[in-house]
Structures are given as structure tokens and as C-alpha cells.
Write a protein that binds this ligand. Structure first.
Ligand code: FDA
Length: 308
């Protein structure tokens, strides 16, 4: 019940202002967000790398309304690529981008987002790393996959994300399961209508397994983005049955969530990548994490009560 309310709140400007300004919010946000500045996020990359974990970095920002903000976001990613290159961390850390931070929702947004993200993908390659295009709400999927197709012509290692809650995703998995294709499979984090997405959690889980089977049977590089122990176990079993080596797929989890499991998988020899968000624009990301799990909301409310 609470999940849809929080997902609606994630897109409300007035609630954004109240939650972002409340000083008590900060310690709870810190559980999920690596810091506001680039140097803070780089410190987290180093400490995760020392634990044997890989990273994908997300400079927080989404749903921008002004083309100038898109340029700022592009520049933040260019600085990130430079920092990864300077510290030779490209082999350990890649970058995740949301095209809505690059202007996708603005008039002419498809071309604008492509023009803004292309230099980032190029800078990533120069730094020895790559970019994965996060997937946002269902209205953006066609445009995001088309931009992916354009980017892959020059940078075939550019990654995609597909969400098992969408009816279309099994077909998208088939289309994306070709040689060298890096695809992160997730359940999906947005509030989607019944016309396009499964509403029942069990259906989303079953779809996740069907999609995982397609990706693991294909020629690409599946990135299993989930904290769900059953999905992790199924991923391991499908890899074993398909004869995939440990470097032919990877697991991905979010910063601050199921850290012991992240370390356990890495210790077993799996490639385990942690999605590390940083930056000042943490509100939408934070609200989606609260929506995913009532216990996180309880944790948030408890800290409000004890401090207030
Ligand atoms: P599920 O929600 O069923 O949770 C399974 C278990 O994991 C829970 O029982 C709990 O133990 C733990 N857990 C899950 N979420 C938690 C939380 N917030 N706090 C604490 N514990 C939690 N979505 C999207 O739409 N577009 C995208 O581009 C991405 N990108 C992305 C990258 C990576 C690396 C990950 C891991 C996830 C995403 N997501 C995403 C988010 C994804 O769609 C989904 O919302 C979350 O991963 C939660 O789904 P699970 O598969 O973890 O399962």
C-alpha cells in the first residue's frame, strides 16, 4: 500500500522540498548515497575495490527541466570519467546514467540526450571503462533503446537495463541477447500502469526468471541486478547449467543494501558490482529505495521520531 504513495511522492516537487530540507533525513540518506561530492564517491570506490567488489557510479540527477542542467550533468560525468582514468580505476568502476538527466524529457529530448551522453560514453572508453544506460519509466524505453543502438555502433560495450515488470521485456531481452551485449536485468522501480506492467509481485518475479533464462542462454553478458536471494540462486544455477564461466556474467546490488551478501558472492569468486549513487540530487533515488521496502520506511520514521 505504502509503495505506490512513496513512488508518487518521488515525483512531487512540494514533498521533495520538505523531505530534502529536513535535517533528520540526512543520516538515513547516507545509508544509500555515497556522498555529495566526487571525491567522496571516489573514496567509496576505493574502499569497495579493496573488498574485491566492482562498482558502477551514478551521479544523481533525473527529470531535469532546463537544458543547462543537462550540460551540468554531462560535465559531472566527464569529471567522473577523468577521475576514474587518473586513478586507473576504469577496470573496476563503470558509470550508470539516466537519460532524463541529459534532457530526454525536454522538447527534442531524444536528440538532445544522445548529443549530451555521447561525449560521456567516449570519455568512459578513453578512461578504460564503460557506461550503462539506466532504464526509467515505460514512456522512455523506446527512446532509451534507440539511443543505446546509436551508441553501440561506436561503443558496443555500452550497457542496457531491462525491467521484468514490463510486459514487453521478454521481447527486449531476445533482441538484446546478442554477442557482447551487456544487459542489466532488474525488476523495475517505477509506478507503472496495469496496461504495460505486471502489478503483482509474484508475476514480476516469474517474469524476472523468464528474462534471466533468455539472457543467460544468449551470447551477451548478463548483469543480474537484484537483492532477491531466490533470483541470485537461480542466476547461479542457470550459469552452471549453461556452462558460463565466472567472468561471463555478474551480479549487481545497490550501495547499502545486503552488504554481507555482496561480500559473500565476491568471496565465492563471482563478479559483484555495487551501484554507488552520489551527488546532491538524491531525492527521487532515495524515495524509490524507501518504496521498495517497508522496513526502510520504518527506519526513516524512527529516526524522525528519535531526533524530532
Ligand atoms: P525485491 O524488491 O523483491 O527484494 C528482494 C529482497 O531484497 C528484499 O526482501 C530485501 O531483503 C532486499 N531489498 C530489496 N530492496 C531493498 C531496499 N530498498 N532496502 C533494503 N533491502 C532491500 N530499477 C529501474 O527501474 N531502473 C534501473 O535502471 C535500475 N537499476 C538498478 C541497478 C541495480 C544494480 C539494482 C540492484 C537495482 C536497480 N534498479 C533499477 C532497482 C530495481 O528495479 C528494484 O527496484 C530493486 O532492485 C528491488 O528489487 P529486487 O530485485 O532487489 O527484489
Amino acid at each position: 500500500m505504502l509503495g505506490p504513495v512513496l513512488l508518487a511522492a518521488a515525483r512531487s516537487d512540494s514533498i521533495r522540498r520538505i523531505v530534502s530540507a529536513a535535517p533528520v533525513t540526512r543520516p538515513v540518506v547516507n545509508r544509500f548515497v555515497a556522498g555529495e561530492r566526487l571525491d567522496e564517491s571516489m573514496a567509496v570506490v576505493r574502499s569497495l575495490a579493496a573488498l574485491g567488489l566492482e562498482v558502477t557510479l551514478d551521479h544523481l540527477g533525473e527529470d531535469i527541466t532546463d537544458p543547462v542542467e543537462a550540460l551540468r550533468n554531462r560535465d559531472a560525468y566527464l569529471a567522473l570519467a577523468e577521475a576514474l582514468g587518473a586513478e586507473a580505476l576504469g577496470a573496476r568502476a563503470e558509470m550508470s546514467v539516466k537519460l532524463s538527466a541529459f534532457g530526454q524529457a525536454l522538447p527534442g529530448g531524444h536528440d538532445l540526450a544522445l548529443a549530451n551522453v555521447a561525449p560521456v560514453v567516449e570519455a568512459a572508453a578513453a578512461a578504460g571503462t564503460t557506461v550503462t544506460l539506466d532504464m526509467e519509466d515505460h514512456t522512455t524505453v523506446d527512446s532509451t533503446l534507440a539511443i543505446l543502438g546509436e551508441l553501440r555502433q561506436r561503443f558496443p560495450q555500452t550497457g542496457a537495463v531491462v525491467q521484468s515488470y514490463l510486459f514487453r521485456t521478454e521481447d527486449d531481452c531476445r533482441a538484446l541477447a546478442g554477442e557482447g551485449s551487456r544487459v542489466r536485468l532488474v525488476k523495475g522501480a517505477y509506478k507503472e500502469p496495469a496496461a504495460v506492467a505486471f502489478q503483482d509481485k509474484r508475476e514480476v518475479d516469474l517474469a524476472y526468471v523468464r528474462c534471466l533464462k533468455i539472457l543467460m542462454a544468449g551470447l551477451g553478458y548478463p548483469m543480474i541486478g537484484t537483492h532477491d536471494p531466490r533470483m541470485v540462486a537461480i542466476g547461479q544455477e542457470l550459469a552452471r547449467r549453461g556452462g558460463r564461466k565466472l567472468d561471463e556474467y555478474e551480479f549487481q546490488m545497490l550501495y547499502g543494501i545486503r552488504e554481507a551478501e555482496q561480500l559473500r558472492l565476491a568471496a565465492e569468486g563471482h563478479r559483484m558490482r555495487v551501484y554507488v549513487p552520489y551527488g546532491t540530487d538524491w531525492y527521487g533515488y532515495f524515495m524509490r529505495r524507501l518504496a521498495e521496502r517497508p522496513a526502510n520506511m520504518a527506519f526513516f520514521l524512527r529516526s524522525l521520531a528519535t531526533r524530532g
